[in-house]
Design a binder for this molecule. Structure first.
Ligand code: DAH
Length: 341
């Protein structure tokens, strides 16, 4: 009995526990499985039977008392800790601005281009990035020995399956099983085995295709001129330069007056970095659909004519926003990305 009483005094005397950790240690010391109370209680068995009930009762009382005492200390310590953190809270400090997300510049430009083109009546089409040889090459008048199929450019999944190297395969997918007139755009990711300062293994293109009776090169020029001026501003000069693509004949590349120097080729007497002094920058490839492509999809090239064009989205984004380094688009540096919010 005396042992139990002294246990209470002993514990009360520890009233200085100044941390929750210390309190835990005290709890273990007194109430733990091998603690002081447990030790006292193990002596109970040695008492006379007549003394056991009173001693057992006492032991229980002591246990309750110590438990309550420690709980009370704990509540005190928790309250103190809380008030300490509250003291450190300065309500006059300016709040932290929540970060607002924003669209990626490639997405922004892609959306804008699609908006202009759907505004002109083009319909949106989507297709697979893993493409077969026929859609990506053969049906587009690119025969097996053509340099465009060189292993250096194409990422092969297997012998006859590739990661699409351009969105032009969507011309074929859109025409198959459908009759003209049709006007579609197909935006999406394309892949090439190429990686340096100005090339990334994945980038984005937008393909355009229009087929009808009596479509002429004048329609192509008119459509692309309207498109480019909506995208880069009404004052933009446009020129068509003869070029070659297997799936168009004739083919052309479209240049616009340099967005950086306004076509002057220099800024404050220095050669413009963007157009390298020429005053022009290339933005897309285009042409009249080659009769061989119509043959692939079963269109009568005596009856129908059409045009196609393809442009690189990253390239347009670089010109529109004055971004000098292609890698910016893929590094996802928040300081870069948040400028487009
Ligand atoms: N597919 C071409 C490329 O990836 C771009 C292109 C050029 C698309 C001319 C066309 C076109 O539709 O008519 O370089």
């Amino acid at each position: 009995m005396e042992g139990l009483d002294s246990l209470v005094r002993d514990c009360e005397g520890r009233g200085q526990a100044c941390s929750l950790k210390e309190l835990d240690e005290i709890r273990i010391e007194f109430l733990g499985r091998k603690g002081k109370l447990a030790q006292s209680m193990s002596l109970l068995g040695k008492l006379d039977n007549s003394d056991k009930p009173a001693a057992g009762k006492k032991a229980n009382e002591v246990k309750t008392f110590i438990t309550d005492l420690l709980d009370k200390w704990q509540a005190g310590l928790l309250a103190a800790e809380k008030s300490q953190t509250l003291e450190r809270f300065d309500p006059t400090m300016p709040g932290r601005k929540p970060w607002a997300g924003s669209l990626h510049p490639v997405t922004l430009v892609m959306d804008e281009i699609c908006e202009v083109l759907t505004g002109l009546g083009f319909e949106h089409a989507a297709g697979p990035e893993v493409e077969n040889d026929w859609h990506n090459f053969e049906a587009l008048n690119i025969p097996p020995e053509h340099p465009a199929r060189d292993m250096q450019d194409t990422l092969y999944v297997s012998d006859k399956i590739v990661l699409r190297t351009h969105t032009s395969g969507m011309q074929i997918r859109s025409m198959l099983g459908r009759k003209p007139p049709l006007a579609i755009i197909a935006p999406g990711k394309v892949y090439r085995r190429d990686s340096d300062l100005t090339h990334t293994p994945m980038f984005h293109q937008i393909e355009g295709l229009l087929v009808d009776t009596n479509v002429s090169m004048a329609d192509l020029r008119g459509t692309l001129t309207v498109f480019v001026r909506q995208l880069f501003g009404q004052g933009t000069e446009v020129r068509f330069r003869p070029s070659f693509f297997p799936f168009t004949e004739p083919s052309a590349e479209v240049d616009i007056s340099c967005v950086m120097c306004g076509g002057k080729g220099e800024i404050h007497g220095e050669t413009c970095r963007v157009c390298k002094g020429t005053g022009w920058v290339e933005i897309l490839g285009c042409g009249m659909i080659d009769p061989n492509v119509f043959k692939s999809v079963g269109y009568d090239s005596e009856l129908y004519t059409g045009f196609a064009f393809g442009l690189g989205v990253e390239r347009v984004a670089m010109l529109k926003y004055g971004i000098g380094d292609l890698r910016m688009f893929f590094e996802n540096d928040v300081r870069f990305l948040e400028q487009f919010a």
